[in-house]
Design a protein around this ligand. Structure first.
Ligand code: GDP
Length: 328
């Protein structure tokens, strides 16, 4: 256990020991979500067969006694905490109370319940919006809590920071091995394509597709198109999560991204190209831009031996194929 004031990505925490076997009992909280479902797909493909999956109807993660009883009874060997209330800039900015409350309550229920049940290993999924709005780029893990947050998603970010601090605190006080990962903007199968609730990439896929079908001349992009964002295909994220689980990393905070970003305008142009919509772009500047840039420094994951594989163009093509198959 570290004696440092904070447990950022520390390579000294890497053990060569593999704690888990294919029969280990693994609980994936949030297995119907975009990240949780990608983790399940990859765990199954890798031969992990003892997966604990509970729908919202079977287990209400916001109910403390239900969660604590479930964990005490099942005693999983490992937990992926991928359950969260998530959304794009409009949803975060509008449903501020829901975003802070639901995320805090899910995290505290699962992390405290895990400790009480003697579950020693857990991976907590956060978000790159935890970092200060105007911090240097690319963003290193140690910039956490060094400045004010972006206002449009501050309640969500505060809840995710609390999750990191829960993991760190239980590790320090009780010797658990809870690790945090901070993904950049994710996209892929099982994404949310609701135009008001979603993030930018699924929104643009849907807008470009509908504009193509309806023979429109223009596609509306929120904001100025100038902010920069980094996008990671969700299967790469799942791979990073399972890589960390298998590596025997016991603590710390790890950024997960591709290491490069694009402007929202460049993103919109790439989406239009993949979808085959040949119109123009209109910028609705009555909508907020949000944070100007949030490119993650991915040196820590690279040093451990992990790197993203999917290019933006290929990832968008796969996401669009999934949209065509699965979206009504
Ligand atoms: P953020 O990364 O937390 O800001 O969340 P989003 O993915 O929702 O938005 C990223 C950027 O894309 C912001 O600058 C948005 O204004 C911009 N954007 C452009 N068009 C859209 C859209 O149709 N939907 C969303 N959600 N964002 C858009």
């Amino acid at each position: 256990m570290t004696t440092q004031p904070s447990a950022f990505a520390q390579h000294s925490a890497l053990s060569t020991q593999h704690f888990l076997s294919h029969s280990s009992k693994i609980f994936i909280a949030g297995h119907r979500g975009m990240v949780g479902s990608a983790i399940v797909r990859l765990l199954q493909a890798k031969g992990y067969h003892n997966l604990l999956l509970k729908t919202r109807e079977e287990l209400d993660l916001t109910n403390q006694s239900e969660v604590h009883s479930f964990l005490a009874e099942e005693k999983p060997d490992y937990i992926f905490l991928a359950a969260a209330k998530v959304g794009g800039i409009h949803a975060n900015n509008t449903f501020r109370a829901d975003f802070i409350y639901e995320n805090l309550v899910i995290e505290t229920n699962i992390i405290h319940g895990a400790w009480k049940a003697g579950v020693n290993r857990l991976l907590f999924l956060g978000s790159s919006c935890i970092y200060p709005r105007d911090c240097p780029q690319p963003i290193r893990e140690e910039y956490l809590l060094t400045g004010p947050l972006e206002q449009t998603n501050e309640p969500y970010a505060i809840a995710k920071i609390a999750g990191i601090k829960l993991c760190e605190s239980y590790n320090r006080q009780y010797g658990t091995q809870y690790v945090s990962v901070m993904p950049t903007n994710l996209y892929g199968p099982n994404d949310n394509y609701d135009l008001l609730g979603s993030h930018v990439l699924p929104a643009l896929i849907r807008k470009a597709h509908e504009a193509k079908l309806q023979g429109e001349k223009s596609l509306t992009v929120w904001g100025t198109g100038k902010p920069k964002r980094e996008f990671l295909y969700v299967d790469d994220m799942a791979e990073a999560c399972i890589f960390l689980m298998e590596s025997g990393v016991t603590e710390g905070l790890f950024n997960v991204g591709t290491g490069y970003d694009v402007t929202i305008q460049e993103l919109a142009e790439t989406v239009m190209q993949v979808v085959g919509f040949q119109g123009t772009l209109t910028f609705d500047t009555s909508r907020p831009d949000g944070t100007p840039r949030k490119l993650l420094d991915v040196t820590s994951m690279k040093a451990l031996g992990w790197q993203a594989k999917t290019t933006l163009q290929n990832g968008i093509a796969k996401a669009y194929a999934d949209f065509l198959t699965n979206q009504p």
